[in-house]
Design a binder for this molecule. Sequence first.
Ligand SMILES: Nc1ncnc2c1ncn2[C@@H]1O[C@H](COP(=O)(O)OP(=O)(O)O)[C@@H](O)[C@H]1O
Ligand SMILES: [Mg+2]
Length: 249
Amino acid sequence: MTTPLLEIVDLHAEADGKPILKGVSLSIGHGEVHALMGPNGAGKSTLASVLMASPAYQVTSGSIRFNGEDITAWPTDVRAKAGMFLAFQYPEAIGGVSVIQFLRQAVQARRGLEELSVLEVRLEMGEWMERLRMDPAFAERHLNEGFSGGERKRNEILQMALLEPALAILDETDSGLDIDALTIVADGVKTVRAQRPDLGVLVVTHYQKLLAELAPDHVHLLIDGRVVESGGPELAETIEAEGYERWRP
Ligand SMILES: Nc1ncnc2c1ncn2[C@@H]1O[C@H](COP(=O)(O)OP(=O)(O)O)[C@@H](O)[C@H]1O
Ligand SMILES: [Mg+2]
């Protein structure tokens, strides 16, 4: 058996003393796409945040292994450098920074470089924008210029493409995505995976359209802080048809 890309074992986590994750176990292999579904408040976003070591949450027991290494105690920046990616939700207040400036910083940090030339980023970014069929003018847009949902998704997909993570965690639950934004995410993930088939993806979503497009290898259902069922794409269809009632505690 090969070492999984990500292995979460009986993970418990809380925020301010309130238990949220109550024993999450799941394993993602290299190149696999996993979908995490579950009702509002189940702990899906918390799991995504805990996977990136958000300081808002405390892991109380269990472990997270990434490429065979126990990373449970690793801080966010070390996890990111090791190849874990969580689409960064930049604060609305970020001022005067263009998409390309922002991505240059992110790529520098990921590759551990002091300085990455603007030209180099421009070239790499240009190639990806072409593959992703994005308007080149998007690179010059400013992050604080009131991005639409679709533009935020473009920025995230570009980050994912340029940062070359081994595992991408995408939380698409409650962001009120319209069809355009969903298409950007689905096409983006497919395009990046076509170039980098080893990329593992954990997508948090209840959007059937996104699931249909991405065709996840595995679907997990999180209820009240526990994975209560894992299966293939048919699990997403059952949930779509029947809702979450059957699994509620
Ligand atoms: N930082 C926090 N502090 C306190 N409670 C939190 C925090 N983050 C999440 N929660 C609570 O944990 C539960 C799960 O939240 P969340 O992970 O956002 O669920 P989901 O993404 O599945 O809708 C909710 O009851 C939420 O209110
Ligand atoms: Mg959420």
